[in-house]
Design a protein around this ligand. Structure first.
Ligand code: SF4
Length: 482
């Protein structure tokens, strides 16, 4: 490993003047015909040049902005010097999923948004793509070390194979604990496989991660929903000493308008699963591949809505429109995804609220009645409230509608687990922010079931703190008798 450079020795003036990095992507005319990753990988020289724009600022704002606090300047220094494997090891010190976070984090809001190049009107150092590049480089060149401490004899159940659960499984297995992951779906990954499309992140990365965890000794039990039968109590009865709940928040929000049950109106999650997940990994009731008509409307403004419009384009729809009830300024999703959707031909209809879906004699959706909106005073979310404009109703023809209106947690776990405190809509209450411990002794939680729908990297951060908390709990170093 290289020493951290003296920031005073870095010529910041010349680095700030360096030309912005161009991140190569598939051309929009090409990529709309495939489901491959849109971003193309760096070659070694362009990675070095991109990292060489880092000014090694003493303030390290990027580290603070990263939810897992990756040591970004030190990793970039290694990349600049061609030490790609060591750079990857630096990311791996603080993150269990650098190859995935590098691809799916909304970097504009996190590490890259804090880069001082942005203040100067330049593009930031492309931290995410570099993180993905070196993580791929390490796995391809050396593989990941399969190193475990001696077996402790302690048994841990992880419920949910999403980013938080996989993080807990990896870190506890490395400490010598016996870990079994229970997952309701037929394969691992949670939201990473069953929510994020392959054109943003190759699902093979999740397969590789899962194989690595299996080499570390982690056991996986698929198609097993923990909650009612078996319950969390049953897991303790089976001899598990601690349970981590990382079940996500994957229940689609209701949309109660007439016609929502017509054929051709889909919820976002099944639609994304049927179009992006390999058949072998789909639950049996979603075996059929998704089909869209030539006119598709996606309702919603977040990341899932962008995933659905871009998937629809790739499935061959000719006219894809995102309908959102506020303006672009209030849209919550990643701005880069929205930009790419525009490049791919997606149209946007702002300040529009659907009122009902209209079907034909066969019960298939053929039109959508809408009303135009205007923005009023801010609501409890701080965003200006959309208000209908009387008399502005209009009808648009549609063949397929996809509802991407957000997600809620499944309240099952709170209902079936004695002494487990929950709050708003079933989110699990954390009693100890340092460890992720819940009100039920021996039960820890993290990720979307605690936060509500959030970022993969925040779930990783939760998994890291819970792994440490569970380790201390198992070994009695938390000061309490186990
Ligand atoms: Fe940036 Fe996300 Fe990587 Fe942190 S994990 S350095 S926020 S891309």
């Amino acid at each position: 490993m290289l020493e951290r450079p003296d920031s005073k020795a870095i010529d910041r003036k010349s680095r700030i003047a360096m030309p912005s990095t161009v991140i190569e992507k598939q051309d929009p005319d090409v990529r709309i015909h495939n489901f491959d990753e849109v971003y193309l990988p760096f070659d070694e020289e362009s990675a070095k040049a991109a990292a060489g724009r880092c000014m090694q600022c003493p303030a390290q704002a990027c580290i603070k902005a990263c939810p897992v606090h990756n040591d970004i300047p030190l990793a970039l220094w290694h990349i600049e010097n061609g030490e790609f494997a060591d750079a990857a090891r630096i990311f791996r010190m603080t993150s269990t999923l650098p190859e995935i976070c590098g691809r799916v984090c909304p970097q504009v809001l996190l590490c890259e948004g804090a880069c001082p190049h942005v203040k100067k009107g330049n593009t930031p150092v492309p931290v995410g793509r570099l993180e993905a590049f070196v993580s791929d480089y390490l796995r391809r060149s050396e593989g990941l070390p399969v190193e475990r401490q001696p077996a402790t004899g302690h048994r841990v159940a992880v419920v949910g194979a999403g980013p938080a659960g996989l993080t807990v499984a990896e870190l506890l297995s490395k400490k010598g604990h016996s870990v079994t992951v229970f997952e309701a779906q037929p394969a691992s990954g949670g939201v990473m496989r069953y929510g994020i499309p392959t054109f943003k992140m190759d699902h093979g990365l999740i397969d590789e991660k899962t194989e690595y965890l299996e080499q570390l000794g982690v056991g996986f039990v698929y198609e097993t929903m923990i909650g009612e039968d078996p319950s969390v109590d049953d897991l303790f009865d089976q001899g598990f000493e601690a349970v981590f709940l990382g079940v996500g928040a994957g229940v689609g929000a209701d949309f109660e308008v007439p016609g929502v049950d017509l054929d051709g109106v889909y919820d976002a999650t099944p639609f994304l699963i049927q179009s992006n997940v390999k058949e072998r990994d789909r639950p049996s009731h979603l075996n059929e591949p998704a089909k869209v008509g030539s006119r598709v409307v996606v309702i919603g403004g977040g990341d899932t809505a962008m995933d659905c419009v871009r998937t629809s384009v790739r499935l061959g729809a000719e006219d894809v429109t995102c309908v959102y009830r506020r303006t672009e300024a209030e849209m919550p999703g990643n701005v880069r995804d929205r930009q790419m959707a525009k490049e791919e031909g997606v149209a946007f209809r702002w300040l529009t609220q659907p009122l009902r879906f209209v079907g034909n004699d066969e019960g298939r959706v053929v039109a959508m009645e809408c009303i135009e909106m205007q923005l009023g005073e801010p609501d409890e979310s701080g965003r200006r409230r959309p208000i209908p404009i009387e008399g502005s109703e209009f009808t648009m023809p549609v063949e397929t509608v996809i509802l991407a209106l957000g997600y809620w947690p499944d309240p099952l776990m709170g209902k079936t687990t004695p002494e487990l405190e929950t709050h708003s809509w079933g989110l699990i209450t954390i009693q100890d922010e340092e460890t992720g411990a819940t009100s039920r002794r021996g039960v820890f939680a993290g990720g979307d079931i605690v936060l509500g729908p959030a970022l993969v990297v925040r779930a990783v951060a939760h998994g890291r703190r819970a792994a440490e908390g569970i380790h201390r709990f198992l070994t009695g170093s938390d000061g309490q008798a186990n």
